[in-house]
Design a protein around this ligand. Structure first.
Ligand code: MLT
Length: 404
């Protein structure tokens, strides 16, 4: 008799964004005349830029010709893309990452969910609270998170590092030493960042304790302040303790195209084994690579024209971020984020719960956001808005919120 993976049953409810989509669909069905503005899920709305589109078209044409047709991609990604990543994202920033330490994938969400597989189920993870739900949920599925304590809305075997107004939404070292530490800066959902000294302290802490940091840098393109690191490898010693995840979704608009990469330096060893070799084995066994067409488009991101165009995209969204941040401040909300990140984190008014505020905003302003409590217990009483809408919709949404 087949048995299921019971760990899945420990997951409370559905995935946060599926839950929100369901609620919004129900509201839309009941109110077909209302114009809903979606500032919930961090999904981009601007089209791909011309250089990227040209590269996609060219690659499609190559697939139509037997002389240039491509079958399976190399396990770890095409070298043309890995070399471009190593040059622009690392070498030009003074980080020593080799192309063969880069694993190309179909996005950072999959990598952030799958990377835990190379670690023993006995490891204890630490996460920021609030947190991007994939880090916790994927460890629950693997049986590493313990049981769900519903009264506390947390898992018994996860170390939660509260990120609150008092600590500037930056985690502090936990009392218990974790084996695996998930960090994401600029942060999803709070939009907070840490400076290089603060990140260096985490690197030193991980090296001292033999922990591994899984560093999600999906939003690094949004950094506008000088002292905020774009990569954890800007810190001394990070190559012996950190894995870094990157996405093409937020900087280049690839949410529907799918491309990302993970860096595992060859120096990073635990139990005398290179983590690089484990992830390479996993990748080659379970994955056949991002499509050639998409990897070619990824390469175009690193061309001078591509880099200029994606700066324009990021600038577009950051103009929205400023509009939301300033508009909500004017309206009397307590807000943060939105300076180095496309997320604005606001305190719900009149002590409303996050979900009450979600309903209030949806029904009264027809604006969709994300309830902070969906990201963890310390997200309760907070709410996230994204800057990824169109400028016109963003302005209209803020105006509607101001009128509430
Ligand atoms: C979010 O809204 O938090 C992100 O879009 C989720 C993701 O990138 O998977």
């Amino acid at each position: 008799m087949t048995r299921i993976n019971n760990n899945y049953l420990k997951l409370p409810g559905s995935y946060l964004f599926s839950n929100i989509a369901k609620k919004v669909n129900e509201f839309t069905a009941a109110n077909p005349d209302k114009k809903i503005i979606r500032l919930g899920i961090g999904d981009v709305t601007r089209p791909l830029t011309p250089t990227i589109i040209r590269s996609l078209h060219d690659a499609v044409d190559e697939m139509a010709d037997e002389k240039t047709f491509k079958g399976y991609a190399p396990d770890l990604g095409y070298s043309f893309l890995r070399e471009a990543i190593a040059r622009v994202d690392y070498k030009e920033r003074g980080c020593d990452i080799a192309p063969d330490e880069i694993f190309v994938s179909d996005g950072a969400k999959c990598d952030s969910g799958n990377i835990q597989e190379i670690f023993s189920v006995d490891n204890k993870i630490a996460v920021c609270d609030p947190v991007y739900p994939v880090y916790v949920d994927s460890n629950v599925m693997a049986g590493r998170a313990g049981d769900y304590i519903s009264s506390e809305e947390r898992f018994s075997n996860v170390i939660y590092m509260p990120c609150t107004e008092d600590n500037g939404f930056a985690p502090e070292f936990p009392e218990e030493t974790p084996d695996i530490i998930y960090l994401c800066f600029p942060n999803n959902p709070t939009g907070a960042t840490v400076n290089k000294d603060a990140l260096q302290k985490w690197v030193d802490y991980a090296n001292k304790n033999g922990s591994v940091i899984i560093y999600d840098a999906a939003y690094e393109a949004y950094i506008s302040e000088d002292d905020v690191p774009h990569s954890i490898y800007e810190c001394t010693g990070a190559k012996t303790c950190a894995i870094e995840l990157h996405s093409f979704s937020k900087n280049a608009g690839f949410t529907g195209v799918r491309l990302g990469y993970t860096v595992i330096p060859k120096e990073l060893e635990r139990d005398g084994v290179k983590l690089h070799s484990l992830w390479a084995r996993r990748h080659s066994t379970k994955y056949n690579g991002a499509p050639y067409i998409v990897q070619k488009a990824g390469k175009a991101v690193y061309s001078p024209e591509g880099q200029n165009e994606i700066k324009g995209l990021v600038g577009y969204y950051m103009k929205n971020a400023s509009y939301i941040l300033n508009g909500l401040k004017e309206a009397g909300f307590t807000v943060s984020g939105g300076v180095n990140a496309p997320y604005i984190w606001l305190k719900t008014p009149q002590n409303m719960t996050s979900w009450d505020f979600f309903d209030h905003l949806l029904t009264k302003a027809n604006v969709v956001g994300t309830p902070g409590s969906g990201f963890g217990p310390h997200g309760e009483g907070y709410f996230r808005l994204t800057a990824f809408g169109s400028y016109e919709n963003t302005v209209e949404a803020v105006d509607r919120i101001k009128k509430l």
